[in-house]
Design a protein. Structure first.
Length: 279
Protein backbone atom coordinates (compact mmCIF):
# COMPACT_ATOMS: atom_id res chain seq x y z
CA UNK A 1 0.00 0.00 0.00
CA UNK A 2 1.37 3.41 -0.99
CA UNK A 3 1.88 6.37 1.30
CA UNK A 4 -1.24 8.47 1.98
CA UNK A 5 -0.67 12.22 1.66
CA UNK A 6 -2.28 15.31 3.13
CA UNK A 7 -2.04 18.31 0.81
CA UNK A 8 -1.14 21.32 2.97
CA UNK A 9 -0.50 23.82 0.16
CA UNK A 10 -1.37 24.18 -3.51
CA UNK A 11 -0.52 27.48 -5.14
CA UNK A 12 0.35 28.85 -8.56
CA UNK A 13 2.93 31.62 -8.83
CA UNK A 14 5.53 33.05 -11.22
CA UNK A 15 9.24 32.33 -11.02
CA UNK A 16 11.54 34.01 -13.52
CA UNK A 17 8.52 34.71 -15.78
CA UNK A 18 7.44 31.06 -15.74
CA UNK A 19 4.19 29.88 -14.18
CA UNK A 20 4.66 27.19 -11.55
CA UNK A 21 2.08 25.08 -9.75
CA UNK A 22 3.52 24.16 -6.36
CA UNK A 23 2.05 21.47 -4.10
CA UNK A 24 3.33 20.58 -0.62
CA UNK A 25 2.23 17.24 0.80
CA UNK A 26 2.82 15.72 4.22
CA UNK A 27 2.49 12.08 5.16
CA UNK A 28 -0.97 11.45 6.64
CA UNK A 29 0.71 9.29 9.29
CA UNK A 30 2.67 12.34 10.48
CA UNK A 31 6.11 10.79 9.97
CA UNK A 32 8.82 11.29 7.38
CA UNK A 33 7.68 12.00 3.82
CA UNK A 34 10.26 9.59 2.45
CA UNK A 35 11.63 6.46 4.10
CA UNK A 36 15.40 6.78 4.32
CA UNK A 37 16.47 3.90 6.52
CA UNK A 38 15.59 0.48 5.09
CA UNK A 39 18.32 -1.69 6.62
CA UNK A 40 20.11 -2.10 3.30
CA UNK A 41 22.17 1.13 3.27
CA UNK A 42 25.92 0.64 2.55
CA UNK A 43 26.77 3.48 4.95
CA UNK A 44 25.97 4.46 8.58
CA UNK A 45 22.43 5.67 9.27
CA UNK A 46 20.42 6.37 12.40
CA UNK A 47 17.14 7.48 13.92
CA UNK A 48 17.67 9.00 17.38
CA UNK A 49 14.78 10.10 19.56
CA UNK A 50 14.76 13.86 20.11
CA UNK A 51 12.97 15.94 22.72
CA UNK A 52 12.35 18.69 20.17
CA UNK A 53 10.67 16.26 17.79
CA UNK A 54 8.02 15.41 20.39
CA UNK A 55 10.06 12.34 21.40
CA UNK A 56 9.79 10.92 17.89
CA UNK A 57 12.65 9.47 15.86
CA UNK A 58 14.59 11.84 13.60
CA UNK A 59 16.26 9.94 10.76
CA UNK A 60 19.64 10.68 9.20
CA UNK A 61 21.68 9.03 6.44
CA UNK A 62 24.75 11.29 6.29
CA UNK A 63 27.15 11.10 9.24
CA UNK A 64 29.03 14.19 8.01
CA UNK A 65 26.13 16.61 7.42
CA UNK A 66 22.75 15.41 8.73
CA UNK A 67 23.88 13.77 11.98
CA UNK A 68 25.75 16.84 13.34
CA UNK A 69 22.87 19.10 12.26
CA UNK A 70 20.38 17.06 14.29
CA UNK A 71 22.57 17.31 17.38
CA UNK A 72 23.03 21.05 16.87
CA UNK A 73 19.29 21.68 16.48
CA UNK A 74 18.40 19.55 19.51
CA UNK A 75 20.91 21.42 21.67
CA UNK A 76 20.81 25.00 20.33
CA UNK A 77 18.39 27.25 22.22
CA UNK A 78 16.74 29.10 19.27
CA UNK A 79 15.34 25.78 17.98
CA UNK A 80 11.95 24.60 19.27
CA UNK A 81 10.91 21.82 16.87
CA UNK A 82 12.67 19.30 14.60
CA UNK A 83 11.31 17.10 11.82
CA UNK A 84 13.30 15.14 9.23
CA UNK A 85 12.01 14.61 5.68
CA UNK A 86 9.01 16.80 6.56
CA UNK A 87 7.15 16.89 3.25
CA UNK A 88 7.21 16.42 -0.50
CA UNK A 89 7.26 19.54 -2.67
CA UNK A 90 6.06 19.03 -6.26
CA UNK A 91 6.82 21.90 -8.65
CA UNK A 92 5.07 21.78 -12.01
CA UNK A 93 6.79 24.38 -14.20
CA UNK A 94 4.59 25.27 -17.18
CA UNK A 95 6.75 25.01 -20.29
CA UNK A 96 9.73 23.70 -18.34
CA UNK A 97 12.08 20.94 -19.48
CA UNK A 98 10.86 18.58 -16.73
CA UNK A 99 7.12 18.27 -16.23
CA UNK A 100 7.35 18.00 -12.44
CA UNK A 101 10.32 18.72 -10.15
CA UNK A 102 10.04 16.89 -6.81
CA UNK A 103 11.96 18.01 -3.74
CA UNK A 104 12.19 16.27 -0.36
CA UNK A 105 13.94 18.70 2.04
CA UNK A 106 16.15 17.22 4.75
CA UNK A 107 14.66 19.06 7.74
CA UNK A 108 11.98 21.42 8.96
CA UNK A 109 12.65 23.47 12.10
CA UNK A 110 10.72 25.93 14.23
CA UNK A 111 13.22 28.63 15.16
CA UNK A 112 13.28 32.05 16.78
CA UNK A 113 13.25 35.02 14.38
CA UNK A 114 16.44 36.50 15.86
CA UNK A 115 18.34 33.39 14.77
CA UNK A 116 17.10 33.88 11.21
CA UNK A 117 18.20 37.52 11.31
CA UNK A 118 21.77 36.43 12.16
CA UNK A 119 21.68 33.72 9.50
CA UNK A 120 20.50 36.20 6.86
CA UNK A 121 23.24 38.55 8.00
CA UNK A 122 25.87 36.04 6.88
CA UNK A 123 26.78 34.11 10.02
CA UNK A 124 27.57 30.40 9.60
CA UNK A 125 24.62 28.27 10.68
CA UNK A 126 26.33 26.91 13.80
CA UNK A 127 27.47 30.38 14.92
CA UNK A 128 24.02 31.92 14.46
CA UNK A 129 22.55 29.04 16.49
CA UNK A 130 25.02 29.25 19.40
CA UNK A 131 25.40 33.03 19.55
CA UNK A 132 21.68 33.39 20.29
CA UNK A 133 20.96 34.71 23.79
CA UNK A 134 17.65 34.68 25.70
CA UNK A 135 15.81 37.98 26.14
CA UNK A 136 12.52 38.99 27.75
CA UNK A 137 10.76 38.77 24.37
CA UNK A 138 8.37 35.92 23.56
CA UNK A 139 9.52 33.14 21.25
CA UNK A 140 8.91 34.42 17.71
CA UNK A 141 8.15 31.14 15.96
CA UNK A 142 9.29 30.88 12.31
CA UNK A 143 9.45 27.90 9.95
CA UNK A 144 12.86 27.07 8.48
CA UNK A 145 13.41 24.44 5.78
CA UNK A 146 16.96 23.11 5.50
CA UNK A 147 18.86 21.12 2.89
CA UNK A 148 22.38 20.13 3.98
CA UNK A 149 25.23 18.68 1.95
CA UNK A 150 28.80 17.51 2.47
CA UNK A 151 31.61 19.39 0.74
CA UNK A 152 32.18 16.56 -1.70
CA UNK A 153 28.55 16.15 -2.80
CA UNK A 154 28.48 16.73 -6.57
CA UNK A 155 24.92 18.02 -6.43
CA UNK A 156 26.20 21.17 -4.68
CA UNK A 157 27.57 22.34 -8.06
CA UNK A 158 25.00 20.72 -10.38
CA UNK A 159 23.10 23.53 -12.22
CA UNK A 160 19.87 21.49 -12.48
CA UNK A 161 19.90 20.69 -8.77
CA UNK A 162 20.71 24.29 -7.81
CA UNK A 163 17.86 25.51 -10.05
CA UNK A 164 15.48 23.19 -8.20
CA UNK A 165 16.67 24.61 -4.87
CA UNK A 166 16.19 28.18 -6.15
CA UNK A 167 12.65 27.35 -7.19
CA UNK A 168 11.92 25.70 -3.82
CA UNK A 169 13.37 28.72 -1.99
CA UNK A 170 10.99 31.07 -3.84
CA UNK A 171 8.00 28.85 -3.11
CA UNK A 172 8.80 28.71 0.60
CA UNK A 173 9.37 32.46 0.67
CA UNK A 174 5.95 33.03 -0.91
CA UNK A 175 4.25 31.35 2.09
CA UNK A 176 6.42 33.01 4.73
CA UNK A 177 8.90 30.18 5.30
CA UNK A 178 12.69 30.49 5.22
CA UNK A 179 15.07 28.16 3.40
CA UNK A 180 18.76 27.43 3.98
CA UNK A 181 21.13 25.31 1.91
CA UNK A 182 23.99 24.31 4.23
CA UNK A 183 27.54 23.23 3.45
CA UNK A 184 29.28 21.02 6.00
CA UNK A 185 32.61 22.86 6.32
CA UNK A 186 31.04 26.33 6.64
CA UNK A 187 27.82 25.72 8.52
CA UNK A 188 28.30 22.79 10.89
CA UNK A 189 30.21 22.67 14.16
CA UNK A 190 33.63 21.09 14.70
CA UNK A 191 36.40 20.93 17.30
CA UNK A 192 35.66 22.06 20.85
CA UNK A 193 32.29 23.49 19.75
CA UNK A 194 31.20 20.03 18.59
CA UNK A 195 32.51 18.44 21.80
CA UNK A 196 30.42 20.83 23.93
CA UNK A 197 27.29 20.08 21.91
CA UNK A 198 27.91 16.33 22.21
CA UNK A 199 28.25 16.56 26.00
CA UNK A 200 24.85 18.24 26.28
CA UNK A 201 23.30 15.89 23.69
CA UNK A 202 24.47 12.75 25.51
CA UNK A 203 22.62 13.79 28.70
CA UNK A 204 19.53 15.35 27.10
CA UNK A 205 17.08 12.57 28.04
CA UNK A 206 17.89 12.75 31.75
CA UNK A 207 14.72 12.88 33.85
CA UNK A 208 13.98 16.28 35.40
CA UNK A 209 11.12 17.50 37.59
CA UNK A 210 9.44 20.80 38.39
CA UNK A 211 11.48 20.81 41.61
CA UNK A 212 14.64 20.94 39.44
CA UNK A 213 13.11 23.78 37.41
CA UNK A 214 12.37 25.70 40.59
CA UNK A 215 15.83 25.18 42.04
CA UNK A 216 17.73 26.31 38.96
CA UNK A 217 15.40 29.27 38.38
CA UNK A 218 15.81 30.48 41.95
CA UNK A 219 19.60 30.14 41.86
CA UNK A 220 20.03 32.03 38.59
CA UNK A 221 17.63 34.82 39.58
CA UNK A 222 19.37 35.20 42.95
CA UNK A 223 22.69 35.56 41.09
CA UNK A 224 21.33 38.41 38.98
CA UNK A 225 20.31 36.38 35.93
CA UNK A 226 23.69 34.80 35.06
CA UNK A 227 25.48 31.89 36.71
CA UNK A 228 28.52 29.81 35.63
CA UNK A 229 27.88 26.29 34.39
CA UNK A 230 29.71 24.52 37.21
CA UNK A 231 27.87 26.44 39.94
CA UNK A 232 24.51 25.94 38.26
CA UNK A 233 25.03 22.19 37.96
CA UNK A 234 25.80 21.88 41.70
CA UNK A 235 22.40 23.40 42.48
CA UNK A 236 20.83 20.34 40.83
CA UNK A 237 23.10 17.68 42.34
CA UNK A 238 26.71 16.81 42.94
CA UNK A 239 29.00 15.56 40.18
CA UNK A 240 27.52 13.93 37.06
CA UNK A 241 23.93 14.09 38.35
CA UNK A 242 23.78 17.87 38.39
CA UNK A 243 25.45 18.19 34.97
CA UNK A 244 23.08 15.66 33.46
CA UNK A 245 20.00 17.46 34.79
CA UNK A 246 21.33 20.84 33.66
CA UNK A 247 21.88 19.44 30.15
CA UNK A 248 18.29 18.18 30.06
CA UNK A 249 16.95 21.55 31.23
CA UNK A 250 19.01 23.27 28.54
CA UNK A 251 17.60 21.09 25.74
CA UNK A 252 14.08 21.60 27.13
CA UNK A 253 14.66 25.37 26.87
CA UNK A 254 14.30 26.10 30.59
CA UNK A 255 17.86 27.48 30.64
CA UNK A 256 20.38 28.37 27.95
CA UNK A 257 24.07 27.49 28.39
CA UNK A 258 26.44 29.62 26.32
CA UNK A 259 28.12 27.05 24.05
CA UNK A 260 29.52 29.51 21.53
CA UNK A 261 33.09 28.81 22.71
CA UNK A 262 32.53 25.24 23.83
CA UNK A 263 31.42 23.92 27.22
CA UNK A 264 33.61 24.99 30.17
CA UNK A 265 33.06 25.37 33.93
CA UNK A 266 32.76 29.13 33.31
CA UNK A 267 30.16 28.92 30.51
CA UNK A 268 27.33 31.28 31.44
CA UNK A 269 23.85 29.88 32.13
CA UNK A 270 20.74 32.09 31.76
CA UNK A 271 17.03 31.46 32.12
CA UNK A 272 14.84 31.36 29.04
CA UNK A 273 11.59 33.23 29.67
CA UNK A 274 10.01 33.24 26.19
CA UNK A 275 7.29 30.68 27.08
CA UNK A 276 8.88 28.11 24.77
CA UNK A 277 9.99 25.58 27.40
CA UNK A 278 9.36 21.89 26.68
CA UNK A 279 8.05 20.36 29.90
Amino acid sequence: MGKIWNTILQREFEFRQARTLATIRESEAGGAARRLITGREPHPTGSPTCIKSGFRAVTWESMQSEWPLIRLAEVASPFRYIKSQPHRLDMNVVGGRDRVLTFYPDFQFAVDARFLDDLTGGKPFWAAALDWKPTSESFDWRTLIVETKTDGDRRAVDPAYLHKLDLAREIYRSIGWSFAHLLQSKDLQSGRIALGIDKIWSRALTRVTMVDVGRVSHAIERAGGRLPYEETAWVLGSGPIGKAKLSALHVRRVVSIDLSKGLTPESIVMLIKDRGAIL
